[in-house]
Design a protein around this ligand. Structure first.
Ligand code: GH3
Ligand code: MG
Ligand code: MG
Ligand code: MG
Length: 316
């Protein structure tokens, strides 16, 4: 369990904030009645809500399809339960599923309101509409909707963080291990295990910060020189792993050779220095029924050979 402070540090808001302004929120107001449209619009405008009016369900649907709204106010004046049908269609349409629906109904339309709740409506007001009540219910729905959107964005960001290496922006070890498990289940995988040569001496000579610049640049070159379907990850300190679909050894070696060349052919600039950086690569092609550890170990054996044979080399 995260403490509330930790959650906030990570960017999560613990609750919808009731003091947050709803000014600028966009509401669709569907009603056939002109004077009601004018009255409700001016009530909502008091909170800075921007109202778009739709005079029938078809116009309303069209607007909802093509524009983003923070609220839909559906008047049950709309003929023959069409208002409810609109609410129900909105819940079936993924782009509108999160738009809160506020029903406006007559006191004798209680049953329709209840049916509306079953169809996914969020709240209602009864005629004659009390201005303060409509405003309060609208603000409440708008804030809830916006809070939900922020939560979704936070969740997306957290998921991204959980699979990303923060120094290089590459996928992290956890992610690539999962990805390899998937590839192996689907029939096989090819792995390139990449280690920066004599990297300790970069740190020792120029300092850790320069070492980090080198790692970022190597990461970027690896990313640029694999195919979009291949996954490049930072596997450890100065080790990278490329996970690829199963392929003939020659093809895998060619990819590895391309990466090796991409790193050694152009010096890495760090501040005013141009550093000659090289990498060694071990290639492993997945045997049927092997697991990720076995595959990585096979690549490690090949990598060790590349180091022993002089570095800046590919071995398989
Ligand atoms: P070899 O060619 O045999 O791979 O030699 P090497 O010096 O690269 O090998 P070694 O494993 O001894 O050194 C790896 C170094 O990488 C040691 C460690 O301090 C450094 N390192 C690991 N992670 C980071 C990092 O995030 N940033 C920096 N700057 N250095 C790192
Ligand atoms: Mg190493
Ligand atoms: Mg080493
Ligand atoms: Mg190394």
């Amino acid at each position: 369990r995260l403490r509330a402070e930790t959650a906030r540090d990570l960017g999560f808001e613990p609750m919808p904030d009731p003091s947050r302004s709803v000014a600028g929120a966009r509401a669709l107001l569907a009603t056939e009645d002109n004077s009601e449209a004018i009255a409700l619009s001016s009530i909502l405008a008091q909170d800075g809500v921007v109202v778009t009016r739709a005079a029938d369900v078809n116009i309303a649907w069209d607007r909802l399809l093509h524009e983003d709204f923070d609220l839909a106010v559906l008047s049950l004046w709309l003929d023959d339960g069409e208002g409810l049908r609109l609410a129900s269609r909105m819940r079936a349409q993924s782009s509108m599923r999160e738009v809160p629906v506020l029903l406006v109904a007559d006191t004798d339309q209680r049953n329709q309101v209840l049916r509306g709740f079953d169809l996914g409506a969020n709240d209602h007001v009864l005629r004659p509409v009390d201005a303060n009540e409509l405003r309060a219910r609208a603000r409440n729905q708008i804030r809830r909707k916006r809070y939900q959107e922020r939560l979704r964005a936070d969740l997306q960001r957290s998921l991204e963080m959980a699979v990303t290496d923060s120094l290089t922006g590459l996928r992290n070890r956890r992610y690539v291990v999962r990805h390899l498990e998937g590839l192996l289940r689907a029939g096989g995988a090819t792995v390139l295990l990449i280690d920066v040569d004599r990297f300790k001496s970069v740190n020792d000579t120029y300092g850790h910060a320069v070492g980090d610049v080198v790692l970022k640049e190597v990461a970027e070159r690896l990313r640029l020189h694999v195919r979009a379907v291949d996954v490049v990850a930072r596997f450890g300190g100065e080790e990278f792993l490329v996970a690829m679909a199963p392929q003939p050894a020659d093809d895998a070696s060619m990819v590895a050779e391309r990466l090796r060349a991409a790193v050694c052919e152009t010096p890495v600039t760090a501040g005013d220095k141009a550093l000659q950086v090289t990498i060694s690569i071990g290639v492993a092609v997945g045997i049927p029924d092997c697991n990720v550890d076995e595959l990585a170990a096979a690549a490690d054996v090949a990598l060790y050979r590349a180091k022993a044979n002089g570095r800046n080399r590919v071995e398989i």
